[in-house]
Design a binder for this molecule. Structure first.
Ligand code: NDP
Length: 483
């Protein structure tokens, strides 16, 4: 009998022994963990297992955190030299590296993203943000942001669930480097790595109150936004909540940066290297289950290569391994929450009913947890909801174009403007397209590449201000333009 060769991967599960999750958490205020009152469960979205109980901060806790941050600002942090502040940031960065495995496992358990991504992307990049900003702390006078740069004071920071630790690093590192103190709220479904970061602050002997972490839901976020003791708000999340925040801070003294949604065009011209472009398309939309604000969620294909690209894309998508996020071979993990899964399913159903054609990669989805197979829609027009609204999941809408100008017009036909991708062998075409695109970040012949030195942020409804690089630093200094 002929033996059938099998190239299946054997399971390669990461051990969770490295993390110890407490049954219940409070808040981190003035350098100490304090008990919370109301609690809600945080679950592993891949299994629905309850991991711990998280506290929901009310007015009293937010008040205490803001007071602690103000005290630390006036008595310690604002008096300390940049060189000394930098030492704390370097120390935090090194401890994050030392505890990298713990952070990666915890992130994967709480968020559902593959361990390969939390281990190789989220955690190293988070540490890199602290290293990078540590270097700025004693050089603010030479950053070209004025000769006597001054911190805002107390920064209120609200972050989403898609890159919990990384978004914390994007917010906390520049704030501290510029001399601010911080009150941060992680997202309701992903608080655990922020609470582990609080332990790192203790380990680094960061002065009490410089970083305060309060957990909770949207009401806790709103308490931070509206607190009169806060001088600067930094928010990453939905455009809807971003607009509420913009309205709330408009009549106040508060400075604000907003990193909001996106509907990025990933444009493939007919002279592109097709195999590389297919990899870039897959990375653009299926990285982190498509829970990425700058995801390449609208694929714009030049009509003459549509058939070839789609054929290769389907072959490639059929090889994506969807499943246990703790398995080191997994490419696409669990959807972060039931609510998000329902949103992805509802928007995808609108794609069906509006006449687009759905194709999903063949894969066995686990019976427990929240899952959505990598999916593409073809025959999408600009009027379809799936071409206009942020799906924030592993769903790609494919549109076509005939001329370069048509590609640009379609790419810019969105209220968002966070990112875009251009695939072409011709440098002149790449440069021309980048100049026409109204997007804050444009990748050429690659996608979803991040670096702390490179400013990130959007135009139009994708937000205000930049994070990363010198531009991101300026957002934490008084009277400096953000763009
Ligand atoms: P939200 O914008 O609601 O959440 C982002 C953060 O803001 C969370 O910490 C959240 O708390 C907090 N928050 C919620 N309401 C308020 C408020 N009124 N004032 C202050 N803070 C508030 O995003 P969701 O998690 O609800 O996701 C909804 C959609 O937003 C997604 O489907 C996706 O399309 C998009 N999104 C975009 C992101 C991006 O980076 N562009 C990131 C996350 C989501 P809590 O977690 O408790 O609700």
């Amino acid at each position: 009998m002929e033996e059938k060769l099998s190239f299946e991967y054997a399971p390669a599960p990461e051990s969770r022994a490295v993390v110890s999750i407490k049954p219940k958490y409070g808040h981190f205020i003035a350098g100490k963990f304090v008990a919370g009152s109301k609690h809600f469960p945080t679950i592993n979205p891949a299994t629905e297992e309850v991991l711990s109980q998280i506290s929901c901060a009310g007015k009293a806790e937010v008040d205490a955190a803001v007071k602690a941050a103000r005290k630390a600002y006036t008595t310690t942090w604002s008096k300390m030299s940049g060189k000394e502040r930098g030492k704390y940031l370097f120390r935090i960065a090194r401890i994050m590296q030392e505890r990298a495995r713990e952070f990666a496992v915890l992130e994967t358990l709480d968020n559902g993203k593959p361990i390969r991504e939390s281990r190789d992307v989220d955690v190293p990049l988070a540490a890199a943000h602290f290293f990078y900003h540590a270097g700025w702390a004693d050089k603010l006078e030479y950053a070209g942001l004025g000769t006597t740069p001054k911190a805002h004071g107390v920064a209120g920071q609200i972050i989403p669930w898609n890159f919990p630790l990384l978004m914390l690093a994007w917010k906390v590192a520049p704030a501290l480097a510029a001399g601010n103190t911080v009150v941060l709220k992680p997202a309701e479904t992903t608080s655990l790595t922020a609470l582990l970061f609080a332990e790192v602050c203790q380990q680094a002997e960061l002065p009490a109150g410089v970083v305060n972490i309060v957990t909770g839901d949207g009401t806790t976020g709103a308490l931070i936004v509206n607190h009169p003791g806060i001088d600067k708000i930094a928010f990453t999340g939905s455009t809807e909540v971003g607009k509420i925040i913009a309205r709330a801070v408009a009549p106040t003294h508060k400075s604000v940066t907003l990193e909001l949604g996106g509907k990025a065009a990933n444009i493939v011209f007919d002279d592109a290297a097709i195999d590389e472009a297919v990899e870039g398309i897959v990375n653009g939309i299926f990285f982190n289950q498509g829970h990425v604000c700058c995801a390449g969620s609208r694929l714009l294909l030049q009509e003459s290569i549509e058939e070839e690209v789609l054929e290769k894309l389907k072959v490639r998508m059929a090889k994506i391994r969807v499943g246990d996020p703790m398995d080191k071979n997994t490419d696409v993990g669990a959807i972060n929450s039931k609510e998000q899964l329902l949103k992805i399913a509802e928007l995808s159903a609108s794609g069906d009913s509006e006449g687009a054609q759905r194709w999903s990669a063949p894969c066995d989805l686990p019976s427990k947890g929240f899952w959505f197979a990598p999916t593409i829609f073809t025959g999408v027009t600009q009027a379809h909801r799936i071409a206009r609204e942020e799906i924030f999941g592993p769903v790609l809408s494919v549109l076509t174009f005939r001329t370069p100008q048509e590609a640009i017009d379609k790419a810019n036909n969105t209220p968002f403007g966070l990112s875009a991708g251009v695939w072409s062998e011709k440098g002149s075409k790449v440069l021309w397209a980048s100049q026409q695109l109204r997007a804050g970040v444009i990748w050429a012949n690659t996608f979803n590449k991040f670096d702390p030195t490179s400013p990130f942020g959007g135009y139009k409804e994708s937000g205000w201000g930049r994070e990363g690089g010198r531009h991101g630093l300026s957002a934490y200094l008084k009277g400096v333009s953000h763009e």
